[in-house]
Design a protein around this ligand. Structure first.
Ligand SMILES: Cc1cc2nc3c(=O)[nH]c(=O)nc-3n(C[C@H](O)[C@H](O)[C@H](O)COP(=O)(O)OP(=O)(O)OC[C@H]3O[C@@H](n4cnc5c(N)ncnc54)[C@H](O)[C@@H]3O)c2cc1C
Length: 378
């Protein structure tokens, strides 16, 4: 892949840099989740108003019809500018692309623009108490009732559900069919009594994710995405976008974190310790490898129109590196890195979930072994 920018790409980058310099959102608040959500919503609105919310989306839905390369430039520039995440990250990276791939024209018209503008926030209702890695084991049941489906079951670890209007929901519509064939994919309105959201507090003290209790919720048939019984394939589109899309976004944040860590090491003199210097060099090598691997993922999308299983590699590498880097921060910054008000303490604790969320490292290794390297199934 040729990574030299064309004239158009350079112009795109310069226009974005100028916009970012003139529209900095300032420092993100810390600690108060509602304040963080409000800050990220306002940031996403400002991106949307200027056509920067999701540059590679079609113009008719608020995007810019940008090429994938321009989209990569976009993420890198956001990282360089230290920009915050948008509020509707799961809508932008997961729901939007899945609806674009599987939605009817009416569904695309109805859902895509409010995702970009952050008017409607989305969450991902896949995992259940007994169906995480083995997603096809979901037990949440949907039964047809005239023009509606009636849904009952429990979801867990649903990030952002407390702010969401819509949920990407995988449910079992045919209990007689084989495990993978009896599932369907729904766009569920969260604003109904039958859907109860209960926060779960994480090791960081935040309640980023939730349990969902669903007791005879109603979903109109027109909110099914893809055909009945096709939910597994539609869910795979979401998962591949999760692993590749998030990987690209997060590798930029990883580099930001590394730059901050190097600045800490310079400030306290530990950079002169050869062991620390070598460890930071190792982190730089990993971060750059990750950047180039993310670009390689882009060339798969250019060729096949969809992210491939290689996205699993980026996600694995990213989570491992982020965990190593936050551990190294404790050595560089010293014991105060463990104080609850120190930003490094948050990074260290939050990184623990990285090798679980969006597919555990063990599952990603299985995918890489079987689907990228072609090794025999175990
Ligand atoms: C911060 C965070 C946010 C999340 N957000 C969401 C969300 O918004 N929506 C959502 O639906 N889910 C979300 N999840 C859930 C996440 O997708 C699941 O936790 C993950 O898929 C693992 O499922 P599980 O927790 O049930 O663990 P299990 O599947 O029970 O796995 C337990 C252990 O067994 C290992 N294991 C399981 N099967 C195999 C196998 N075949 N081979 C080798 N090892 C195996 C796993 O690697 C793991 O170490 C989130 C998780 C976290 C940590």
């Amino acid at each position: 892949m040729d990574l030299t920018f064309s004239q158009d790409e350079l112009e795109f980058r310069d226009e974005l840099r100028e916009w970012l310099a003139a529209n900095s959102p300032g420092e993100e608040p810390r600690g108060d989740e509602d304040a963080i959500f409000a800050f990220r919503t306002s940031w996403q609105r400002s991106l949307y108003d200027s056509g920067w919310a999701a540059v590679h989306w079609p113009q008719e839905y608020g995007g810019r019809d940008a090429t994938l390369m321009e989209s990569a430039i976009f993420f890198e520039e956001m990282g360089r500018a230290g920009a915050p995440l948008p509020a509707n990250v799961l809508g932008l990276l997961l729901a939007g692309p899945t609806i674009m791939a599987w939605g009817t024209p009416e569904q695309k018209d109805r859902y895509l623009t409010p995702i970009l503008s952050a008017e409607e926030i989305w969450c991902q209702g896949f995992s259940e108490p007994e169906a995480g890695s083995d997603l096809a084991a979901v037990k949440t049941r949907a039964v047809r009732d005239g023009d509606d489906w009636i849904v009952t079951g429990q979801k867990v670890w649903t990030s952002g559900a407390q702010y969401s209007k819509w949920c990407m929901l995988v449910a079992r519509t045919d209990p007689e069919a084989s495990k993978h064939k009896g599932l369907s994919y729904f766009l569920m309105d969260m604003e109904q009594e039958a859907v109860q959201v209960r926060p779960l507090v994480q090791i960081t003290g935040e309640a980023e994710f939730n349990e969902l209790f669903i007791e005879e919720a109603r979903i109109p048939h027109e909110n099914m995405l893809g055909e009945e019984g096709n939910g597994w394939i539609v869910a795979l589109t979401t998962l591949m976008n999760e692993r590749s899309g998030l990987g690209f976004f997060l590798q930029v944040r990883l580099r930001q974190l590394l730059d901050k860590l190097v600045a800490e090491a310079v400030a306290n003199g530990s950079i002169d310790d050869p062991v620390i210097g070598q460890a930071l060099g190792d982190m730089l090598e990993r971060t750059e490898t990750l950047r180039l691997t993310a670009y390689r993922g882009l060339s798969t999308i250019m060729k096949y129109g969809q992210p491939g299983p290689e996205g699993s590699l980026t996600k694995w590498l990213w989570s491992e590196t982020n965990q190593m880097m936050t551990q190294l921060a404790v050595e560089i910054v010293g014991p105060q890195a463990l104080h609850k008000d120190n930003p490094w303490a948050y990074e260290l604790l939050r990184a623990r979930g990285n090798s679980i969320e969006g597919g555990t490292t063990e599952i990603l290794k299985n995918i890489i072994a079987e689907r990228v390297m072609g090794l025999p199934r175990k």
